[in-house]
Design a protein around this ligand. Structure first.
Ligand SMILES: C[S@@+](CC[C@H](N)C(=O)[O-])C[C@H]1O[C@@H](n2cnc3c(N)ncnc32)[C@H](O)[C@@H]1O
Length: 428
């Protein structure tokens, strides 16, 4: 792709100043094509951004890694562009979504499976032998009738023998769980509908599920028509701080959007996923602990100092600690965890590999945290060099409108309205 053809806000390697004010925004782009529209997920990457980065830095036959793959946007785009992929995410719901979105299944198989589900569901409803699972706050989030219907549907889907088909159906089931619960729609955190709306809320569980499956089959058809069938993707449910079953120097390109910060004060992936995960059969405690186990989720007793150096981070943490020492420690803990991921990212990438990180600079206690610069400084310590950087406004990505930088309920801070796409290269 010729650089001049693409409009962008571009920071060349020798200067910090953006030169050409154009866009990576894709404000009016359709972000739900192919399998991208299977299921909502917080802070999803825009497929067009992943596609463009893969087009600029990747080649057919190569291998892409997304170490924070979330719902799998860059992995879907990898297969469409003829690259193999590895994905890692700590959130089991993300792993389910990423696997389902990257697994091609013939539409006829899915249509047949849907008809079988409908028959089996109706039979089971008539027999009335459904076991409703018990988990924390079940009655708070679901009416007794919805509980019965979801339990019935779940049993029918769990009985599907073909793993890929079951996975595909569970994605639509997870969507149905959300839609038919008392949660306020369009929110990432779990907020209950007001009582006045709950009284009249009688969702059609099977109808919601069927509509979603049909929509997803249409998306799968689009994916099937364009995917490079020689490619494959593996998604690991794991913590990127740990060693993964990925060979040394086997990755050519990283395209990823890491969390903006700890889940508690930025995006609560675990909270977003909890009801689905509980219905999908994950033990309640494990479902509830996703945010604690994610990057920055646990405050270390002692800050880790030996792994990396970042002058920008040190200065920022110092500034924040003058206002709030606990928040300063939280910020530091997040980058300590992030740096640990770099050990593994560096191991699996070959010399000369490119890594594209889509990051946001959030504000903590009124102080801007320059993640783009901190990332560069951390990466340089692991033998990566800065190549270039692009900027994008966030027009249509599903994000909390404002973060809660002080972590005080109701208190709102500055919104992350821009993202920075930092491109690095692993030294030879
Ligand atoms: C910004 S989201 C990625 C969204 C993704 N690009 C998409 O399009 O859906 C960041 C992801 O990092 C994951 N994450 C947080 N800590 C992690 C860790 N230690 N190891 C692996 N994944 C982690 C979160 O669960 C979340 O799914």
């Amino acid at each position: 792709m010729v650089k001049e053809q693409i409009s962008l806000l571009y920071v060349p390697r020798d200067t910090q100043q953006p030169l050409i004010e154009e866009d990576w925004d894709y404000a009016s782009a359709d972000t739900k094509t192919h399998t991208h529209g299977f299921h909502a997920y917080p802070a999803m990457m825009i497929p067009q951004v992943a596609r463009r980065l893969i087009g600029m830095y990747g080649q057919r036959g190569q291998t892409l890694l997304d170490p924070f793959c979330g719902s799998g946007t860059s992995l879907v785009e990898a297969r469409l562009a003829g690259l193999n992929g590895y994905g890692i995410d700590i959130n089991p719901l993300a792993v389910l979504l990423a696997r389902a979105k990257t697994t091609d299944i013939p539409e006829s198989v899915l249509q047949g499976a849907l008809l079988e589900i409908i028959d089996a569901y109706q039979l089971r409803r008539q027999n009335g032998t459904v076991q409703v699972p018990q988990f924390f706050n079940m009655d708070y989030w679901f009416s007794p009738e919805v509980q019965l219907q979801l339990a019935c549907l779940r049993e029918v889907i769990f009985a599907i023998l073909d793993q890929a088909v079951r996975q595909f159906m569970l994605v639509a089931f997870s969507h149905t769980v959300r839609e038919c619960s008392y949660t306020r729609k369009g929110e990432f955190k779990l907020y209950r509908l007001p009582e006045s709306q709950i009284r009249d809320f009688r969702p059609d569980v099977l109808g919601t599920f069927i509509a979603k499956v049909e929509k997803n089959i249409a998306g799968m058809a689009e994916f099937n028509a364009q995917v490079d069938h020689r490619t494959h993707v593996q998604v690991f449910q794991s913590d990127t701080r740990l060693r993964q079953p990925i060979p040394d120097a086997s990755v050519d390109l990283v395209v990823t959007s890491p969390p903006y910060g700890d889940s508690q004060t930025t995006v609560a992936y675990g909270q977003f996923s909890r009801l689905s995960l509980q219905w999908l059969g994950l033990p309640c405690e494990e479902a509830k602990s996703v945010d604690r186990r994610a990057l920055g989720g646990k405050l270390q007793d002692k800050a880790q100092t030996s792994l990396y150096r970042s002058q920008s981070l040190e200065a920022t943490v110092e500034q924040i600690s003058q206002r709030d020492t606990r928040r300063a420690r939280q910020v530091k803990a997040f980058y300590d965890d992030f740096a640990q991921c770099f050990v593994e990212i560096t191991r699996v990438c070959r010399a000369g590999a490119k890594a594209c990180f889509v990051v946001g600079n959030r504000t903590v206690r009124g102080i801007r945290v320059p993640t783009d610069t901190i990332l560069r400084e951390i990466a340089e310590g692991f033998g990566w060099r800065f190549v270039e950087q692009f900027e994008r406004r966030i027009p249509n990505k599903r994000m909390p409108l404002q973060n809660s930088p002080s972590n005080v309920p109701g208190e709102r801070g500055e919104t992350i309205t821009r993202e920075h796409i930092v491109v690095l290269e692993k030294s030879q």
